[in-house]
Write a protein that binds this ligand. Structure first.
Ligand code: 5CA
Length: 157
């Protein structure tokens, strides 16, 4: 089956990381966590949201991988990182990751960023992350997600 070029880029990044996960394209939208859970047939908590924030005042971008059922407590999490978190806009997300919102994968970005991982993702046997387009996802064991992203696991809520 031939993948969309953006999904193929994610598959290549997975392969390069020595990860066996396979990107799959679905007929239904996986643009939001709720849509992805519906399309995959999993709990919304098993969906990995890939959220880009600027850490002010310096403005460095970070990537936070969040369980689909959680919201980032921006104030508390920003304080923990010694700054103030501001959600990146669509252009910033596209430039930093190389992907459009709704398809941003957890790895293989244009400009690598520090990665933080919601500890609530680790309770599941498998989680589903975006695969480069709003119709592409891949399943992965949470510990493998930690490995391939080099992310720091913590509470984000
Ligand atoms: N494919 C799904 C699940 S795998 C996905 O990518 N979900 S997501 O949560 O990671 O991506 C959607 C997120 O993009 C939203 O939660 C929201 O935080 C962010 N977003 C949506 N619209 C905008 C926008 N205009 N500017 C900045 N961020 C946005």
């Amino acid at each position: 089956m031939s993948l969309h070029p953006q999904a193929l880029r994610v598959q290549s990044a997975l392969n390069q990381a020595g990860c066996a996960a396979q990107v799959r394209e679905l007929p239904d939208s996986t643009r939001t966590a709720a849509e992805a859970a519906q399309a995959v047939g999993c709990q919304i908590g098993q969906i990995v949201k890939s959220l880009v924030f600027a850490l002010e005042p310096a403005g460095a971008l970070i990537l936070v991988l969040v369980s689909g059922s959680n919201r980032v407590d921006e104030k508390a999490f920003g304080q923990r990182l010694n700054g103030r978190l501001v959600k990146a806009n669509a252009d910033q997300v596209q430039q930093a990751t190389g992907y459009v919102i709704g398809g941003v994968p957890p790895l293989g970005h244009a400009r690598p960023m520090p990665v933080y991982i919601d500890q609530d993702l680790l309770q599941y046997d498998v989680v589903w992350a975006a695969g480069g387009t709003p119709h592409a996802v891949f399943p992965i064991e949470p510990q493998e997600l930690v490995r391939i992203t080099g992310g720091e696991v913590l509470s984000v809520r």
